[in-house]
Write a protein of this length. Structure first.
Length: 181
């Protein structure tokens, strides 16, 4: 039996791809994992409300792996090119029957026009809370052009998207899973 003893795995140009510490833990230089939560309830009437009150996870000791995303006025920017998995957990409270309470992931590839790519239908009904999840993959080939935002749609005047400063409710998990395709 043979052993390969290494501490760093590098490309021929000297760029470190992986590091192995003395405990055997592997650190990958291209890994990106981030999580943001809505820090306040968001109430609105109508469709297409961009959610803007995002805070990076600070509850569990986890903040981010890698550089992390940035968010401004509800628009998220990727830290580097790559194929990203977005998992949007949408929590809402409905005030009436027929209130469909939908969470939406929208993506732009030109930093201008957005397309709805995934929906989380939290349901309808009077005076109850519900949750749903939407998952999609985004191929970020240019960090200045490819961005995403999260919306709530089909909300009646007294319905709201649930956010909080004391627990994670509506939130997004962003994971870089591969190089850009």
């Amino acid at each position: 039996m043979s052993n390969l003893l290494v501490q760093n795995i590098k490309h021929t140009n000297g760029t470190t791809a992986q590091t192995i510490n003395s405990s055997g833990d592997i650190t990958e230089s291209n890994l990106e994992i981030d999580q943001f939560y809505l820090n306040a309830n968001d109430g609105q009437d109508g469709d297409g409300n961009v959610l803007t009150d995002w805070t990076r996870n600070n509850f569990t000791g986890f903040t981010k792996v890698g550089t992390g995303c940035s968010v401004s006025s509800g628009v998220f920017s990727f830290p580097r090119t790559g194929l990203y998995k977005l998992t949007y957990n949408f929590m809402a409270y409905g005030d009436s029957d027929g209130d469909n309470m939908t969470g939406v992931i929208q993506v732009t590839t030109n930093n201008s026009s957005y397309t709805s790519v995934a929906l989380a239908l939290a349901g309808s009904g009077s005076n109850h809370g519900s949750a749903a999840e939407a998952i999609t993959f985004v191929n970020c080939t240019d960090t200045s052009q490819v961005k995403f935002r999260l919306l709530s749609e089909s909300m009646d005047s007294s319905s709201l998207t649930q956010g909080s400063t004391s627990s994670i409710r509506t939130h997004i998990v962003i994971e870089r899973v591969a190089p850009a395709q």
